[in-house]
Design a binder for this molecule. Structure first.
Ligand code: 3T7
Ligand code: ZN
Length: 263
């Protein structure tokens, strides 16, 4: 019977059927970026990222995505500049993707969907001493979003892709070191959109300065297919569900301005 064989279903994870909008939330993410309504701000500076590959610690499947976690006990891997006043520490990066290449990103540009989106999560280490503190504050977090397109193979990503079979199930972890997240940024990091929003997974706190790169990166069809071989479910569960469509539905702009660093 179905319950005895471990067959794989690709379906919306209950989490994403969760709160469509946080009650009273007026700066929720993700959003559609309407290019012609974005406002050029000449005061926006280039991003300054200083990532130390040695602070990379582990890669794990948290049941929503897979996270590459960094040692954020010192200012070794940081982000500053751009729209930011303070220095922010990298704590992790992860991705969101679809079950096909037709969709998967959380943000869109003039409604254009991308097959996947990378998020590099940082917290304000000038003002707070722990992620848990920063995540509750207006200016606590900064997340860089990078769109992925299907094209040529991404050599830097392959090391990460090769580690995924070891973390197929929820809560599996493997040691992962010496990975430079800078290799996942596009060549041009001067052109971006920025707006004030929220985490796109619970607790959905409205503490994120979003920095969405205008330039995408390319990964191969096969590399994305390995993302889809991950499972939402743990090894013990009977019904294995493939980890796909792990993106949140888009949220109302509520009058927020989206600024661009380029005209
Ligand atoms: N789609 S996205 O908008 O970008 C993101 N969506 N969620 C993200 N994270 C998960 C998360 C955890 N918490 C949280 C809030 C209050 C108390 C405890 C945890 N909020 N968001 C970001 C994230 C943080 N972490 C790790 O959380 C630990 C505390 O649980 C902390 O000690 C580590 O330093 C840090 O790395 N993992 N993920 S991002
Ligand atoms: Zn994310």
């Amino acid at each position: 019977t179905a319950c005895s064989s471990k067959y794989v279903l690709s379906q919306m994870h209950p989490m994403w059927q969760g709160p469509l909008a946080v009650p009273g939330g007026d700066r929720q993410s993700p959003i559609d970026i309407v290019v012609r309504k974005s406002i050029f701000d000449s005061k926006l500076k280039p991003l300054v990222t200083k990532y130390d590959p040695h602070t990379c610690q582990q890669i794990w499947n948290n049941g929503y995505s897979f996270l590459v976690e960094y040692d954020d006990t010192t200012d070794k891997s940081t982000l500053q500049g751009g729209p930011l006043e303070d220095k922010f520490r990298l704590c992790q990066f992860h991705f969101h993707w679809g079950e096909t290449n037709a969709w998967g990103s959380e943000h869109t540009v003039d409604k254009k969907l991308f097959p996947a989106e990378l998020h590099l999560v940082h917290w304000n280490s000038d003002k707070y001493s722990l992620f848990e503190e920063a995540v509750m504050e207006d200016n606590g977090l900064a997340v860089i979003g990078v769109f992925l397109k299907v094209g040529k193979r991404h050599e830097g990503l392959q090391k990460l892709v090769d580690a995924l079979p070891a973390i197929r199930h929820k809560d599996s972890v493997v040691e992962f070191n010496r990975f430079d997240p800078g290799c996942l940024l596009p060549t041009n990091t001067d052109d971006y959109w920025t707006y004030h929003g929220s985490l796109t997974t619970p607790p959905l706190t409205e503490s994120v300065t979003w920095i969405i790169m205008k330039q995408h990166i390319e990964v191969s069809h096969d590399q994305l297919a390995v993302f889809r071989s991950l499972l939402f479910t743990s090894a013990e569960e009977d019904m294995q569900k493939s980890m796909v469509n792990n993106f949140r539905v888009q949220q109302p702009l509520r009058g927020r301005a989206v600024r661009s660093s380029f005209s």
